[in-house]
Design a binder for this molecule. Structure first.
Ligand code: HEC
Length: 166
C-alpha cells in the first residue's frame, strides 16, 4: 500500500518536473535558436489540434487541417536554414539540437524534405476535400492516415537529432 503510494507520487512529481521543464525550455533562447523553437512550437500546436480531432477529443474541422498542412509545409521548407553550422546555432542557450545534425547533415536535410513532402500531401488531401461534398466522417477518414504518416516524421527527427527530455 505504502509502496504503491510512493510510486504514484514519484510518477506525479516526475510529470510536474517534465511539464515545468517544457515551460522553461524557451528561457534564455535567443536569435536562431529562439526562432526555430518558436517555429517548432507552432507545429506542435497544429499537430495537437488535428491529433485531438482524429482521436475524437475535438470535433473535426477541415479548415484547421488545411492550416496545419500549410504551416507544416512552410516551416518544413525552412528547417535546413534554421540550423546553420555556427557557434550560436550549435551552442546557444537552451538549445536541444544535437551535434549529430551537423555530423549527418545530408540525413537531417533528407528528413526535413520527407517531412515537407508528406505535409504537402496532407495539404493536398485537405484542399481537395474542401472542394468536395463528402461527409465529415469521410473527410476525417481521408485525413487520418496521411496525417499520422506526416507526424511520424516529427518523432523520427526528434529521436535522432533532438536532446532526449526524459
Ligand atoms: C528534420 C528534423 C525535425 C522535424 C521534421 C521536426 N522537428 Fe521539431 N525539433 C527538431 C529539433 C532539432 C529541435 C530542437 C531545436 C532546438 O532546441 O534548437 C526541435 C524542437 C521541437 C520542439 C520544441 C520547441 C521548444 O520550444 O523548445 C517542438 C514542440 C517540436 N520540435 C515539434 C515538432 C513537430 C510537432 C513536428 C512535426 C509536425 C516537428 N517538430 C518536426 C527537429 C525536427
Amino acid at each position: 500500500m505504502y509502496t504503491q503510494y510512493s510510486v504514484q507520487s514519484a510518477a506525479f512529481l516526475l510529470s510536474v518536473v517534465v511539464i515545468a521543464g517544457q515551460a522553461l525550455a524557451h528561457t534564455g533562447a535567443m536569435g536562431i535558436v529562439k526562432e526555430r523553437m518558436d517555429g517548432m512550437s507552432i507545429l506542435g500546436d497544429h499537430a495537437k489540434s488535428v491529433g485531438d480531432m482524429l482521436k475524437g477529443k475535438a470535433s473535426f474541422d477541415l479548415v484547421a487541417v488545411e492550416e496545419a498542412g500549410q504551416a507544416f509545409v512552410t516551416h518544413g521548407e525552412k528547417i535546413p536554414s534554421l540550423f546553420p553550422d555556427t557557434e550560436q546555432s550549435r551552442e546557444g542557450t537552451a538549445t536541444e539540437a544535437l551535434p549529430a545534425i551537423w555530423d549527418n547533415w545530408d540525413e537531417f536535410v533528407a528528413l526535413a524534405e520527407k517531412f515537407t513532402n508528406d505535409s504537402q500531401a496532407l495539404l493536398t488531401v485537405a484542399n481537395n476535400l474542401s472542394n468536395g461534398t463528402q461527409s465529415v466522417d469521410h473527410q476525417s477518414r481521408a485525413v487520418r492516415s496521411i496525417f499520422f504518416k506526416t507526424v511520424k516524421n516529427c518523432s523520427a527527427c526528434h529521436e535522432r537529432f533532438r536532446l532526449d527530455q526524459d
